[in-house]
Design a protein around this ligand. Sequence first.
Ligand code: 5GP
Length: 202
Amino acid sequence: MKQKKARGQLIVLSGPSGVGKSTVISELLSERSDIYFSVSFTTRAPRVGEADGVNYHFVTREQFEEMIARNDLLEYAEYVHNYYGTSLRLIQEKLEQGIDVLLDIEVQGAAKVKTRCPEAVLIFIVPPSFEELSRRLHGRATDLEEVIQGRLTKAREEYQEIPNYDYLVVNDKVSEAAAEIIAILTAEDCRTNNRLHLVEGI
Ligand code: 5GP
């Protein structure tokens, strides 16, 4: 049986647009339903099929700036002209209850989390190759070539941050990528620091 932890693990997942991160996250959460997925706040408009409070909390720029001023956010970043941020209170409550919390955030936010919470585990997801990323982005027939090129440029910038991550997962097959993340989380749980209470008093 899984040991109840004194404090949950903060898990940060980043990866370029088009890598299939949401699919990997869905697969991961279906296997590990005990993980709490942090729903971020954003000023971008909802996409078709997205619901408020499920994919994001959709807010105005003014509301977001109030949250910044009140120090409500663990981290936030401006990404392609919109704000994205993580509520500090919501995730703190879960971590204190011993629940693992998953953040799907971009590289600037991930760096801020690492500074504020050095115990967080940072995982970066890449496609098998850059050519494959380009293929996947072109496969979403809805986007203009200009938008796709912008995403590929952004991805190149994001790749520069990979050395700051603890783990690198290649999303070739979704089930395998999710299995690798589960293996990482199992290893993190087994860290001596998380288990010392099991051998106390001997
Ligand atoms: P999208 O608009 O495609 O949903 O997300 C764009 C980027 O924002 C993705 O890389 C996603 O990981 C990132 N993102 C989502 N929520 C947050 C957040 O709360 N903070 C930060 N820093 N990035 C986020």
